[in-house]
Design a binder for this molecule. Structure first.
Ligand code: WT7
Length: 646
């Protein structure tokens, strides 16, 4: 573990938006008088009806519920657009950089207002009303942001499905929230390759009776099938739509969006976020953690299909009147210099990406980075998985030329925004540590029995008290929300992560302690991959675990037991990989499939994943006690057949 310490650069220590002394005062107020602290912080939003209530949350079963600013009213699109018009109508709100470096578009706040109003009018003309769920299956094009904000203007609830998901995954998400309307594009474009989005929607809708309208944005102009009466092109509808739409006053606790995420069991959960608390959290963390200053160009490389794209491409930066860069492409197209070329082209000050991208670029050598000046860069961010100190040092030394603090931001889909991260003007950095909790965030570490651990220690990471950006429920299943997050350690929110805390109080996230794996910063439930595998006609049983992977962080290792009359073969292995990609999407591609005549089970029939994990990690010397297995001999067979070397 790296013990290096990177102190706050002197210039930042003096003029950051939050310096060490402001940070100390804010932490002190948040701890001693949270009610006053949050009343003050919430003034950064424009309220239509001021709130009188603040935190009314409880993690206890008897009075369980999360609620912030409940009697206040506001509109998210008015906060992200209208209130900036008087002072920065002509400032770029969104800089869109296309997949092809010759393709770009700059959208000012005034233009954003017009586009969002037009989109809202199109949605309304097709019957979308306050509270309706609208599924968005879109590539990284400006219309994706317009559609999100248009929903919020109406008070409709968007559910974005990442455009890399399969038709089946899309269908189950549409069904779960009962959307009547889907917005998509003819095709997506990534790294020069076309993604057949409209065709995927058509395939999904064979299994969704709720959908009445499909709005198709023409991105590539491809010739796509259109179902009469159901499908329409966005372009002509947009041209005919009015350029004004009055923002709907929404309660702070009204739902803002649903975003599906994987858990350790069952189908993906519809994480539901609120209007007031979520926007406050996205906005304040964006300003504090990135030290955002007016006029700067800020770039988060995440796709809007993930929570990072929601909070840090769209809502946080736009609520702050920032210029946010939206990138359609990939880091290695046309070549591995693309990120840094884009930084130079648009004078990017703040750059936020994932460790997996950094590791992949690091492997290609420094020349691609040094081909660009990167002189505009000031702050670098990391998110999605633990960043290994080697990648951290490379990011700092090569990408940032040793000048730019790195903010390693720990959070989750459920948390709405960043909870643990450095403040660049106040926090000394340690490579590999997300450092300290933000204002009003109360992490704690517990042992397996739920006993709180003090001082420098390691344990399971919980949060003791609610914060405004916390998810409010699992859509359609409030009991599952309580059960998933608040019953393992009663009275506490359990994150599913393990962490170490050092003598300075710094947190070092060690990774998931449940059956969730993190592949290239994307969350995947092992149970989802298993159920895709057993859906194949030749598969009897499957067990999936994570394995260390040099670029992806974790890879997917699947143990598969075939039906009695089936023979293992390389061809079948390939078929199964293609099958899972088709069932879930390319992000679920198994890295290794090992045919296993038997899986290690206890006498009661429970698969001992601990053993499968060890084999997938290549640590076959440290399997621990296997005497409780029904048939210990299966373990030797598994080790002998391990696919790690292949
Ligand atoms: C899980 C949440 C946060 C938005 C993107 C992922 C892991 C996330 C870090 C970090 C170590 C991290 C955790 C967490 N994670 N950021 N900076 N250091 N681990 O959101 O898909 O909901 O995944 O990602 O394991 O629980 P998500």
């Amino acid at each position: 573990m790296s013990e290096a310490l990177y102190p706050v650069p002197a210039a930042l220590a003096a003029d950051a938006r939050i310096t060490a002394s402001t940070a100390a005062a804010m932490h002190a107020l948040a701890a001693s008088d949270p009610d006053t602290f949050w009343r003050q912080q919430a003034q950064r939003l424009d309220w239509i009806t001021p709130f009188t209530k603040v935190d009314e949350s409880s993690f206890n079963e008897a009075d369980f519920g999360i609620s912030w600013f409940a009697d206040g009213q506001l509109n998210v699109s008015a906060n992200c657009i209208d209130r900036h018009l008087a002072t920065r109508g002509d400032q770029p709100a969104i800089i869109w950089e296309g997949d092809d470096p010759a393709d770009s578009r700059v959208i000012t706040y005034a233009q954003l207002h017009e586009e969002v109003c037009r989109f809202a009018n199109v949605l309304k003309s097709h019957g979308v009303q306050r509270g309706d769920r609208v599924t968005l299956y879109l590539p990284m094009i400006p219309e994706a942001a317009f559609a999100m904000l248009a929903c919020t203007r109406i008070g409709a609830v968007h559910s974005i499905v990442f455009a890399g998901f399969s038709p089946d995954s899309l269908a189950s998400r549409i069904r779960d929230c009962d959307s009547r309307i889907v917005v998509t594009a003819d095709e997506g474009l990534r790294g020069g390759k076309r993604v057949p989005l409209k065709a995927n929607v058509d395939a999904a809708l064979d299994h969704c009776s709720s959908v009445e309208k499909v709005i198709v944005v023409q991105r590539t102009g491809a010739d796509v099938a259109m179902v009469a009466g159901r499908d329409l092109f966005y372009g002509p509808a947009r041209d005919a739509a009015a350029t004004d739409y009055a923002p709907q006053a929404m309660g702070a606790e009204d739902p803002l969006f649903i975003l599906y995420t994987s858990g350790s069991t069952g189908t993906p959960k519809g994480v539901l976020h609120s209007t007031g608390g979520y926007l406050l959290w996205a906005s304040m963390t964006h300003e504090h953690v990135f030290d955002y200053r007016p006029g700067e160009v800020y770039w988060c490389t995440a796709d809007i299909g993930w929570v990072t794209g929601h909070s840090y491409v769209v809502y946080g930066p736009l609520a702050n009147g920032a210029t946010t860069l939206m990138f359609e492409g990939v880091p290695n197209y046309p070549d591995h210099s693309r990120f840094w070329q884009v930084c130079d082209k648009w004078n990017v000050s703040i750059f936020y990406t994932a460790p997996t991208a950094l590791r992949a670029l690091m492997r290609e050598g420094d020349a691609y980075v040094q081909a660009a000046s990167r002189a505009s860069l000031r702050i670098l961010g990391s998110v999605g998985e633990p960043i290994n100190p080697e990648a951290w040092e490379w990011y700092h030394r090569i990408v940032g030329d040793g000048r730019c603090p790195i903010v390693d931001t720990w959070w989750q889909t459920e948390t709405g925004g960043i909870l643990i991260a450095p403040l660049p003007g106040a926090t000394d950095l340690k490579p590999g540590s997300a450092t300290l909790p933000l204002f009003g965030v109360h992490p704690l570490l517990v042992d397996a029995e739920g006993q709180e651990l003090d001082g420098a220690t390691e344990g399971n990471l919980c949060i003791a008290k609610s914060w405004p950006g916390q998810m409010r429920t699992v859509y359609g299943d409030h009991a599952r929300f309580f059960q998933t997050y608040f019953t393992t350690y009663p009275g506490r929110y359990f994150t599913g992560d393990g962490a170490r805390r050092d003598a300075d109080g710094y947190y070092w996230i060690t990774g998931r302690v449940d059956d969730v794996i993190n592949v290239s910063g994307h969350r995947m439930g092992t149970a989802e991959v298993e159920s895709a595998l057993v859906a194949h006609a030749k598969v009897a049983e499957a067990a999936v675990v994570g394995m260390p992977h040099p670029i992806k962080g974790q890879g997917i290792y699947a143990y598969v037991t075939l039906n009695a009359n089936e023979e293992p073969s390389d061809d079948l292995r390939k078929q199964l990989v293609a099958w899972v990609r088709n069932e879930i999407g390319p992000i679920a591609t198994p890295d290794i499939i090992q045919f296993a005549p038997g899986l290690p089970k206890t006498r009661s029939g429970k698969i001992m994943r601990r053993i499968l994990r060890k084999i997938a990690e290549g640590e076959t010397g440290a399997l621990g006690d296997i005497s409780t297995l029904a048939d210990p001999s299966v373990v030797e067979k598994l080790i002998a057949d391990s696919q790690l070397a292949s």
